[in-house]
Design a protein around this ligand. Sequence first.
Ligand code: AMP
Length: 306
Amino acid sequence: MTSNLLTDTPRPTVAAPALRTKAELRSALEAPRRAGQTIGLVPTMGFLHEGHLSLIRAARAECDLVVMSLFVNPTQFGPGEDLDRYPRDEERDLRLAAEAGADLVFAPPVDEVYAADAATAVEVSGPLTGVLDGDAARRGPEHFRGVTTVVAKLFNLVAPGVAYFGQKDAQQAVVIRRMVRDLDFPVRIEVMPTVREPDGLAMSSRNAYLQPADRERATALSRALAAAERGARAGSLADGIAAARAELAAAGVEPEYLEARDAETLEPVSRLGDRPVLVALAARVGAARLIDNVLIDPDNPSTSDT
Ligand code: AMP
């Protein structure tokens, strides 16, 4: 029998090295930093999908050194939320991260990140964190305090020149931009488009919670947002929101919120003017709480996600 080199030779498994401590991370970054390399940071909670990988690829294309963080941050989960069952698969994540171009993965345990007597938090206050997901009846502003605190810590630890976030979490991106501006973090924030499944469902680690029937119903979210954009451009924002509500209702999906807001200030808006409008949506579908959004830019009909 002749052997086939392509199929018989085991392909070496590439996995990005996982650094567990801040000291390991600092020492790994010392030489690249001294050599003047540009560092790109991609913060994640793992269970990687194409959305995460698009951020890593964007970082790979622009930076000399790509660092991904893999940390399920407990301080951004509320008491009744899914911290304990959040999906995890570190081995797969390290492989996918390396394949997409990550050089290093910072994957610390919780007690490496937070001292038991940690007493400091970073909070963006006001309307950016008190509306939509930050509404006290939903995840509350504490969610964003958890996010900004851990991201500020990552910025201090990694000192990236660029950090990459997804438009999927539009409010998070707005909040982080504000934190960076207000506290003068020397980092550029890049927000990349939402990556979707072929049927439109925005990729999310939490999609793993969806049973088949719920997975089907979940497609109503992206259909609703497409209807919102179509309606808003053809008639009025109110028409668009009404069309979105109808799409959700037809699928039996009850939105937690479905709102049109200024894409930068998150002030409520009732009509399309000359500034980009974010239509944001959250809904529980089966065991998953899903969020999605569309950005309607009056100057550019083609900026919405693909
Ligand atoms: P997470 O692991 O869910 O905290 O997400 C880590 C980063 O990936 C965040 O900046 C998210 O906004 C981004 N992200 C998550 N899902 C997507 C997606 N479908 N498309 C693009 N970026 C995403």
